[in-house]
Design a protein around this ligand. Structure first.
Ligand SMILES: [Zn+2]
Length: 490
């Protein structure tokens, strides 16, 4: 009997819920929920409530489990007999996976519950639910992610691993009480997405050779910076993909592990049980590593260990939240990292953003507006590419995303400037003098090449500049077309 089935039957014993092994059929693809087991569910009123809400569990062996979390299995085939909330949440997740959403937002409004997806960095309304669906949908999400369904006043965080056909998706769930109920955000992480190669990272030829040079150095720290969701981890994994071999020991510490890569050692940080980046990193240093990936530098302690590792013969790759390459240095200083450590450990930085890629089926050439012409430094009669919208791109005019970068290779002068507490603008000047192409230039080149639009670049790259009112020029974003939805009123 598969391990999953044994566990499911065990679980059945301490709840009132009937677990049944079966194949799946029905209109919706099967979704399996695998969450951490808890004792609170035993004899809890929630068990009774949930038992009423979901009369049956249909077990269909999931393709893969997170074994340490495998105590409770909720495997739902979305059969018509099941509650509307279950159907709704399953349809929502299936649709989000289908359109390639990175996040699902369930937002209680005064009279409706709005569900929006973030696709290619932009929010789109998927559908509005009647207000009376709010509580049961919230309860459903809480149960599947092992959260307290009675707690409605405090924020909660949870996670769940789900299998949709052919894919395993990690969901990170965050619940925040707001004025009209609890807002839920679910981040979707598809760990089985294939890791890219360096040539698939949209680097310009200069940036690619600079990055390639940095990652082949024997020691030092390389930082990839940018806001959340700017593809930093994708870039670092592409580097690991290039570097991995039988002759080096690569160890990562991440929160969460975003890609599944064979041939390296990936470890996960668990803040809740005190396994922080700093503690994990100390253990990794005793594991005889050659190359270390630190998912993110969030505090001075982690930063110091990472820099000391970089100075003692390791190549360390990490990410940092900052606006551009130069401000990442000042950010580290503000965090409390001594400048001498930064100047001796840091060998290079990459700043990046993701912009939306113009849909090649419908993009059209037209003259720029006066402001666009000025920005691109082209004549008002020259043609540039604009988004239109067709069936292939769900009417948005964009399909997929593309990264824009700036890459700095620190030289002696740059290191001296760091040591002497130079400002971000002094560092930026120094970086440009040693060949850095500012991210703005890289983005403009990609607009000229017809890969992305002025509007999208302004939204992602220039949004902080006071002299450009980016929002004023953004076209209204059409909503995604709703898929066939289950009856919501039953
Ligand atoms: Zn299109």
């Amino acid at each position: 009997m598969p391990y999953s089935t044994v566990q499911a039957i065990k679980w059945q014993k301490f709840t009132s819920i009937h677990v049944k092994a079966t194949g799946c059929s029905g209109n919706f693809p099967p979704i399996h929920f695998v969450t951490k087991g808890t004792d609170w569910f035993r004899g809890h009123p929630a068990a009774l409530f949930f038992g009423l809400l979901v009369p049956d569990f249909w077990l269909h062996s999931p393709r893969r489990f997170n074994v340490q979390d495998l105590n409770r299995i909720d495997s739902v085939g979305a059969r018509s007999a099941q509650g509307p909330a279950v159907q709704m949440i399953n349809a929502m997740i299936s649709e989000a996976v289908r359109v390639g959403a990175s996040d699902i937002h369930i937002e209680p409004r005064k009279t409706v519950v709005e569900i929006r997806f973030r696709v290619d960095g932009v929010m789109h309304v998927w559908k509005n639910l009647p207000k009376d669906m709010q509580d049961i949908c919230t309860a459903r999400v809480k149960v599947m992610s092992d959260l307290d369904i009675n707690e409605k006043r405090l924020p909660q965080d949870g996670r769940v691993t789900i299998n949709v056909p052919g894919r395993t998706i990690d969901l990170r769930i965050s619940i925040l009480p707001v004025l009209y109920g609890e807002k839920i955000v679910m981040r979707l992480l598809d760990r089985e997405l294939s890791v890219r190669g360096l040539e698939q990272l949209d680097f310009s030829p200069y940036n690619k050779s600079a990055f390639d040079d940095l990652i082949h150095r024997p020691l030092g720290l390389i930082l990839v910076t940018g806001p959340t969701g700017s593809g930093k981890t994708t870039t670092l994994y592409a580097a690991l993909n290039t570097l991995k071999s039988k002759t080096v020991n690569i160890v990562t510490c991440e929160d969460p592990i975003e890609y599944d890569m064979d041939g390296i050692n990936q470890s996960q940080v668990f803040d809740k049980v005190g396994l922080t980046f700093a503690r994990q990193l100390r253990s990794i240093l005793r594991q005889d590593p050659d190359i270390i990936l630190v998912g993110e530098i969030r505090d001075a302690e982690t930063a110091e260990i990472a820099f000391r590792a970089a100075m003692t013969g390791h190549l360390v790759l990490s990410t940092l939240h900052s606006n551009d390459a130069a401000t990442s240095v000042t950010r580290l200083v503000d965090m409390g990292v001594p400048p001498f450590l930064i100047s001796s450990g840091l060998i290079g930085m990459v700043a990046q953003r993701l912009v939306r890629r113009l849909c090649t089926s419908c993009r059209r050439q037209a003259p720029p507006t006066p402001r666009q012409a000025e920005l691109l430094n082209i004549a008002p009669t020259d043609l540039i590419w604009h988004p239109v919208g067709c069936q292939r791109c769900e009417g948005t005019g964009y399909k997929g995303r593309l990264a824009v970068h700036e890459v700095v290779r620190a030289d002696e002068k740059f290191e001296r400037l760091i040591m002497h507490g130079a400002t971000a603008s002094q560092l930026r000047q120094a970086a440009e003098s040693i060949g850095m192409i500012p991210i703005r230039e890289d983005a403009l080149n990609k607009i000229r090449a017809g890969l992305t639009s002025v509007d999208d670049v302004m939204r992602q790259v220039y949004v902080r500049l006071d002299d450009i009112d980016a929002d004023a020029e953004l076209p209204p974003l059409p909503a995604l077309e709703a898929p066939t939805a289950p009856a919501l009123t039953s």
